[in-house]
Design a protein around this ligand. Structure first.
Ligand code: AMP
Ligand code: MG
Length: 319
């Protein structure tokens, strides 16, 4: 909700030059700032400041074994803290700035504080495309650790209002950049040697990755927690969620897709990118509605639909 300053908790600020300057100063002083990216709103702090990073975990109620993504302005910055091999550089060259996170070995003398990587020898790096986040990176001169700006396990925020509602009295300054264009978290890819694995499906699809790599990804190991934050119950509304629902009962809020109209339709044309941009806003609306439960229409399981169904399965998992 651009422009409204009456958020619960945090001080929502419309994006502008002065507010970027103020936000950058807060970050340099070890504070937190909620900031829009093209995927979802992030809760940002200086990734080299242990106290500031601890405050991210505390504010979200996030378990400390769930590492954070570090946001950098460009490939050169990424190379100063992580070791990007040939394949990682090809992915970065094609998809950055954009919704792709690369998990690579940490660089020698990496200044990022240990809590960011939850003690792992690897680091997750992303170069975001959103102009507000880019200006914040430039103005602060920092590499920003930023998970989604919601209480851990809850529905991800795609508007400033979602951030304020989810974090309540713990919300820091929120830069309001309007709704996020992609609306779903980045694709996470781990690169090791000439191989890669998709740890979390997202807006960059497997087909797009294969076109650059020239090979299919290795299967992510299921016997070992490779992306420690990929808990089964995540993105969860407070109500029960039923999937693949062509119809809904009278006490269910129905999220439609394509030909299934629903109370709100993610994309009447069946466009998966449009549906991704609407998914979390629809879940927030359904959660706030007077209906006791939520039902979601079947979503095509290919391309970005794979990421949508991943988020929906986790949202539907018992807590
Ligand atoms: P979020 O910022 O809430 O979207 O979560 C970040 C995701 O990145 C979590 O699921 C983490 O498990 C994943 N992640 C961050 N760092 C690493 C890493 N070094 N190795 C594997 N996954 C990571
Ligand atoms: Mg999250």
């Amino acid at each position: 909700m651009s422009g409204s300053n009456d958020h619960i908790g945090g001080e929502a600020r419309r994006y502008g030059k002065a507010t970027i300057g103020e936000a950058a100063a807060r970050l340099r002083a070890g504070g937190l700032v909620a900031v829009p990216t093209e995927t979802v709103y992030g809760l940002a702090a200086d990734s080299t400041n242990a106290v500031a990073v601890a405050e991210i975990y505390r504010t979200k109620g996030r378990p400390d074994f769930n590492p954070l993504i570090v946001h950098v302005p460009d490939i050169a910055a990424a190379r100063s803290i992580g070791r990007l091999n040939g394949l990682a550089l090809r992915f970065a060259g094609e998809f950055w700035p954009g919704p792709l996170t690369l998990v690579v070995p940490k660089g020698k003398d990496c200044p990022v504080t240990a809590a960011v990587t939850a003690g792992l020898e690897t680091i997750a790096l992303r170069c975001p495309a959103h102009p507000v986040m880019r200006q914040l990176l430039e103005e602060s001169g920092l590499y920003l650790a930023a998970p989604s700006a919601n209480r851990s396990g809850g529905i991800s925020p795609t508007t400033a209002d979602h951030v304020a509602r989810s974090l309540g009295g713990n919300a820091p300054m929120i830069l309001d950049g309007g709704p996020c264009q992609r609306g779903i978290e980045s694709t996470i890819v781990a690169v090791a040697g000439g191989n890669y694995r998709i740890l979390r499906p997202g807006p960059v699809t497997q087909a797009q990755l294969e076109a650059i790599a020239g090979t299919a990804p290795l299967l992510a190991k299921t016997d070992l927690i490779e992306a420690p934050g990929q808990m089964l119950s995540h993105y969860a509304p407070s109500k029960s969620l039923r999937l693949d629902a062509e119809t809904a009962t009278a006490d269910e809020y129905h999220i439609g897709f394509g030909p299934v109209p629903g109370d709100r339709n993610l994309s009447p044309d069946g466009d998966l990118a449009e549906a991704a941009s609407q998914l979390f806003a629809a879940l927030h609306e359904a959660d706030a509605s007077s209906k006791a439960g939520i039902a979601v229409a079947p979503i095509t399981d290919n391309g970005i639909g794979i990421a949508l169904n991943d988020r929906l399965r986790r949202a539907a998992s018992p807590k």
